[in-house]
Design a protein around this ligand. Structure first.
Ligand code: GZL
Length: 331
């Protein structure tokens, strides 16, 4: 009996080893033609906005085979569960690096424990995450969202001052981004900090437009039905601002004049809207993270340390600068 049990145990161990060898062989085979390329698994939020498409293009233009990379791109379609599934797939594919633009700030401990156990470095880009152990990722590169929110508030205060409306009751509505994403959290918090300095500003309501033009228009239509005296719209990205502009025009009002529109991202279409007089300002959020992430990977490849938090440079673009600058815009 004992000999049977021993033979059975040996055959199970042998089977496990063979399957493991096959798996490793498959991984090596699947990228054997990539032997000299750095394989990067990029987990993108989605394709929800002009900003996002510029962000993806920045990676596609940077992580090319002639630059020494194989880019595997996963579109999360704005769902965290899709992103987690994609990360698990990249672990199975044994990529060299995982780059993650996290949809929202929470829910990442478990999957990043799996990447850590697999020994695959994770670089965060664009949005941030909340984890108790920041060794779960190498570093983060992106925009300073709370500063963007404050910059928007300060621009509005200055604009109202110049219009002689500094002491007027100002009714504001906000089209928020994806709730729980760091651009939504930061922009909302930053604007609120400036709003606290202006007791004559009233926030009538805030609602998420999911960073999309269609949802932004739908939410703005609702605001226009509920409130008959909106002075300012804060749109937490340009595409929601474009939706708000359409809704305001459909209501027979003049966007940029009857209702001041403050937006974020500063994509080319925002410059076109400012030139048309429909948008008053767009606070830049630079999407061109590809080269920054490539520089980080090259430093890691050389065994160098990299800064944990790396902000990209960003500006503020009021309508009066749009015509002069639109030709210089890289996205
Ligand atoms: C900001 C980025 C945001 C943009 C939106 O870094 O995460 O997501 O502001 C995009 O346009 O949808």
């Amino acid at each position: 009996m004992k000999i049977v049990k021993r033979l059975l145990t040996l055959s199970i161990i042998a089977a496990m080893l063979i399957s493991c060898m096959a798996c490793k062989k498959k991984t090596q085979e699947s990228y054997s033609y990539e032997k000299d390329l750095i394989v990067v698994g990029y987990v993108q939020v989605g394709a929800e906005s002009d900003w996002r498409r510029a962000n993806t293009l920045s990676f596609e233009n940077t992580f090319t085979e002639e630059n020494g990379y194989k880019l595997l791109l996963a579109d999360g379609q704005q769902k965290t569960e899709n992103q987690i599934e994609a990360i698990r797939y990249f672990i199975q594919q044994d990529v060299d690096y995982i780059v993650l633009a996290p949809n929202v700030e929470t829910g990442w401990e478990g999957i990043l424990m799996e990447t850590k156990e697999a020994g695959i470095p994770v670089i965060l880009t664009d949005r941030q995450i909340k984890v108790s152990d920041d060794s779960l990722y190498v570093c983060w590169v992106g925009g300073n969202f709370e500063k963007e929110g404050k910059d928007a508030g300060r621009w509005l205060a200055d604009y109202l001052e110049k219009q002689g409306r500094a002491d007027e009751i100002i009714n504001i509505v906000t089209l928020q981004g994806t709730i729980g994403s760091s651009p939504q959290v930061g922009r909302t918090r930053g604007f609120a900090a400036v709003m606290a300095e202006h007791p004559n500003w009233r926030m009538l309501d805030m609602q998420s437009g999911e960073f999309t033009q269609s949802k932004g228009q739908e939410v703005m239509e609702g605001f226009l039905k509920r409130f008959d005296d909106i002075d300012v719209v804060i749109a937490e990205n340009d595409n929601m601002a474009f939706g708000a502009i359409d809704a305001i025009k459909a209501a027979g009002l003049d966007p940029g004049d009857d209702i001041i529109i403050v937006s974020f991202d500063a994509v080319r279409a925002a410059f076109e809207a400012m030139i048309a007089g429909d948008l008053n300002v767009s606070v830049e959020c630079n999407p061109l993270h590809g080269p920054r992430v490539a520089e980080i990977i090259q430093r890691l490849e050389r065994g160098e340390e990299v800064d944990k938090i790396q902000y990209v440079d960003e500006g503020i673009f009021p309508a009066e600068t749009a015509a002069e600058l639109i030709g210089t815009r890289p996205y």
